[in-house]
Write a protein that binds this ligand. Structure first.
Ligand SMILES: Nc1ncnc2c1ncn2[C@@H]1O[C@H](COP(=O)(O)OP(=O)(O)OP(=O)(O)O)[C@@H](O)[C@H]1O
Ligand SMILES: O=C(O)c1ccc[n+]([C@@H]2O[C@H](COP(=O)([O-])O)[C@@H](O)[C@H]2O)c1
Length: 577
């Protein structure tokens, strides 16, 4: 990150004399054909890993990045006996009231050449995609089919087995029944009630029920002068049905006019008890002098009433330490439409300070790519906002970023959710740890889903892939930022969907980076057919300058920024929230 707060991109190893490949003719065209064969494994011996000095010793971190992370000593440094150990994250719960779910022990077993984990090569899977290349080599259906909680490689303990999944992070599973209730389902309220008025209005349309939908179509048409938009048929963005315009579903986006309708005590139209914003509320916003952020009188069409809403927990309460963590599942698909495919969950880690339309588009671009590949079936997508301990300039407190992400997806998507776990941890969690948390929640036995239920009653593991922009991927090459073993976990055991970003040359970087290249078949590069370079940094700057940020992010998020006076004054360092 440059001193001015704008991203600086990692150089693409100019020393190697690599030239930039045009995106239409990437260097790996045909790389996954059967002729290609298996790439040699990198000589990443466990012993080497264990004994080599940690690339994440604080002393070795690049100063800027070092600044980002509050390492608490052990966070990045691997101890001599436990490579992925994060003893603080496991045992240092003393300071935090929230439960620590993760306990990472033991060395990373060396990968055996016979290991058939996700990054293994399949000669037939490669295909040129419309907007990118799939390097990925998913496991065959039979490999993917799996009854054990952690797959056939599991040893029953939730730990990696003798076949040695390289870099597997070990999570301590609850070992006794007494731990079973670790994630009790809290009772509603759905979300914290200190939401901004606009989102209160959204809540009134939050029920996915048909009855509810009919309540949206108010029998009394709004007065004409309030109409600045027309009802429109929304698309059903269920990833499984993306090619179907759901014109028959009766799903209708609500106009602004309906949204700001005055509450009518006579109104029999009961909307789950939620209230529309009063005129007083509207005026108080108009009068508070921050017009550039005031989206109240603008159209808000992002009300997908078919989107399932969370009913089993509240991230706000969790982040305040009031309730136990519960993994959001309300949009997670539990069964597959096409069982010949691999069930895929996409996870985006990042600051999201604030989340923008680009962050939403990233998932849609990924969805198109996945559908085109015909290999995976998307089961859900998750945002995992980083915690406040990631010391990055401009980072709003974690509770705000989580809530903004929730607002961004609540009524704009039917398949995206926000997992507050990472944000709620009492110290910084590396991305590999975060992905392992998702693995535990989705594929783990006791508190997790245990995989996807197939037609024959058997379970299949969810494949989890990290969704990231080209700039984030290029940071893999910045010395001291990521640990190499972590990269093997992220790219090998999980996988990456990389969205091109203007200013970063993903293709050249893929070629230049040893570990990325090694796992290239578990990496999917997504070409941005319509370039979108909305940056959170610039959004924050616009807010500070009192400039409009409308159409850069959802109105609900704009409203939240406005109501909570975020980003107005200075790019302050994160405060723990
Ligand atoms: N314009 C973009 N194109 C592609 N990917 C992007 C773009 N903006 C952000 N991303 C990706 O979104 C994820 C979350 O990023 P982050 O929240 O840091 O957004 P950002 O806009 O880069 O933020 P900031 O400006 O605060 O650094 C990262 O993987 C990042 O690479
Ligand atoms: O795991 C790591 O070692 C690691 C190193 C650098 C960055 N990350 C993650 O990358 C994400 C975005 O980082 P940034 O700096 O681009 O905002 C955020 O989720 C970080 O936790 C993760």
């Amino acid at each position: 990150m440059a001193a001015n707060g704008f991203k600086s991109f990692a150089p693409v190893l100019p020393g190697l004399g690599l030239h930039s490949f045009h995106n239409d003719s990437p260097p790996f065209a045909g790389a996954a054909t059967s002729e290609q064969g298996e790439p040699e494994y990198l000589s990443l011996e466990s012993s080497q890993i264990l004994s080599s000095p940690s690339p994440h010793d604080d002393s070795q971190l690049a100063p800027e990045r070092n600044n980002y992370m509050n390492h608490n000593g052990n966070n990045h440094s691997q101890s001599s006996s436990t490579h992925h150990s994060n003893s603080n994250s496991n045992s240092s719960n003393a300071s935090g009231s929230r439960p620590k779910n993760i306990n990472i022990n033991g060395p990373i077993p060396q990968r055996s050449p016979n290991d058939h984990s996700d990054e293994d090569l399949s000669s037939s899977r490669s295909r040129r995609l419309l907007s990118g290349y799939l390097f990925g080599n998913p496991p065959s259906s039979s490999e993917a089919q799996d009854n054990s909680p952690r797959g056939s490689h599991g040893n029953g303990n939730g730990h990696s087995d003798a076949q040695g999944q390289q870099g597997r992070i070990l999570i301590r599973r609850p070992s006794s029944d007494s731990e079973e209730g670790r994630y009790p389902l809290p009772t509603p309220p759905i979300f914290e009630r200190d939401s901004p008025p606009l989102s209160e209005a959204f809540k009134s349309y939050s029920s996915p029920s048909a009855q509810h939908q009919s309540s949206i179509l108010s029998p009394t048409p709004p007065e004409p002068e309030h109409l600045n938009g027309i009802s429109q048929i929304s698309l059903n963005d269920d990833p499984a049905e993306t090619d179907t315009i759901n014109a028959n579903s009766g799903t209708v986006a609500v106009t602004n006019a309906t949204r700001i309708k005055k509450p009518d005590p006579e109104d029999s139209d009961s909307r789950d008890g939620a209230e529309s914003p009063t005129e007083e509320q509207i005026h108080s916003h108009e009068e508070s002098g921050y017009d550039a952020l005031n989206g109240l009188n603008d159209g808000e069409a992002d009300l997908d009433t078919s989107a399932p809403q969370a009913t089993d927990g509240g991230s706000g309460a969790y982040l305040r330490g009031e309730v136990d963590y519960s993994f959001p599942r309300h949009r997670l698909r539990k069964t597959m439409k096409d069982e010949s495919k691999i069930p895929l969950v996409i996870v985006a880690c990042g600051s999201f300070s604030p989340p923008t339309y680009l962050h939403l588009r990233m998932f849609e671009m990924a969805k198109d790519e996945i559908i085109e590949s015909q290999t995976y079936e998307i089961m859900a997508g998750y945002y995992s906002p980083v915690s406040s301990y990631y010391k990055k300039s401009g980072l709003a407190p974690a509770n705000h970023r989580v809530r903004m992400c929730e607002l961004a997806v609540e009524h704009t998507s039917t398949w995206l959710m926000v997992d507050p776990w990472e944000a709620g941890q009492s110290e910084y969690q590396r991305t590999a740890i975060v992905l392992d948390h998702f693995d535990e929640m989705l594929n783990g036995g006791k508190n997790g889903e245990g995989g996807v239920v197939m037609g024959d009653g058997k379970k299949r593991r969810y494949k989890i892939m990290l969704l990231a922009g080209g700039d984030l991927i290029e940071s893999f090459g910045e010395p001291g930022v990521w640990s190499e073993p972590d990269l093997h976990v992220i790219l090998g055991r999980f996988g990456c969907l990389i969205v091109e970003r203007a200013g970063s040359d993903v293709w050249a970087f893929l070629l230049s980076h040893d570990i990325l290249y090694h796992h290239r078949r578990n990496v999917i590069v997504i070409k941005q057919l319509i370039y979108n370079d909305i940056s959170s940094t610039k959004v924050r700057l616009f807010v500070r300058r009192g400039m409009s940020i409308k159409y850069l992010l959802p109105n609900s998020v704009i409203q939240y920024i406005y109501d909570n006076k975020l980003y107005r004054y200075t790019d302050v360092k994160a405060t723990i929230g």
